[in-house]
Design a protein around this ligand. Structure first.
Ligand SMILES: [Fe+2]
Length: 186
């Protein structure tokens, strides 16, 4: 199936997600997935769409996190390809029971976590900007388990399932988000 356009997906995010911070998170994950797809020679549009749409049910599923991801997939089931739906369901695999199996699945889980750590790192910089964040800053924060404790480092390290070393993944993710810093507001 041919997926909806990026513009249509962004409109759908705006319709369903009221929290600006959450929207920006979805844009950031999409940015990283796009660069990952380029790096790995995958379908750039579909990888980017999985990032853009993965949390579209977040505000609806807060009271029942087991449904998070499943409902997102239902909400876009007629609009995107099956591989995107699988990735969206499996990004919350601990709760949905949909295990990650394909590269896009692992990419989404890793990008979701990395984007959070990059944002947290930017926020402790003197001017709270992405511009100030270096690859080494993020690498240090990965090793500092007292920093941004809720972010699971093992998820970030799932980049290795894609044959990408952690440092390379951090570099790619950071560059991807820096290019979009205006929209991300960082
Ligand atoms: Fe997310």
């Amino acid at each position: 199936m041919e997926s909806i356009t990026r513009k249509e997906a962004i409109d759908k995010v705006k319709q369903n997600v009221s929290d600006d911070k959450l929207r920006k998170h979805m844009y950031a994950v999409s940015d990283i997935m796009k660069e990952l797809a380029k790096e790995l020679d995958k379908d750039v549009k579909n990888w980017s769409l999985s990032g853009l749409l993965h949390d579209i049910d977040y505000e609806e599923t807060q009271d029942d996190f087991k449904l998070h991801g499943k409902i997102s997939a239902e909400m876009v089931s007629e609009e995107v390809s099956g591989e995107i739906l699988d990735a969206i369901r499996s990004h919350n695999y601990e709760n949905t029971g949909f295990k990650p199996e394909k590269e896009m699945d692992y990419g989404l889980i890793a990008s979701d976590a990395l984007s959070g750590l990059i944002v947290a790192t930017a926020l402790v910089m003197p001017n709270s900007s992405l511009e100030e964040v270096r690859v080494e800053s993020v690498m240090k924060k990965i090793d500092d388990s007292s920093f941004a404790k809720s972010i699971d480092r093992d998820r970030i390290k799932m980049c290795e399932e894609l044959g990408l070393e952690l440092e390379k993944f951090v570099e790619l993710g950071l560059e991807a988000m820096k290019k979009d810093s205006e929209r991300l507001g960082l």
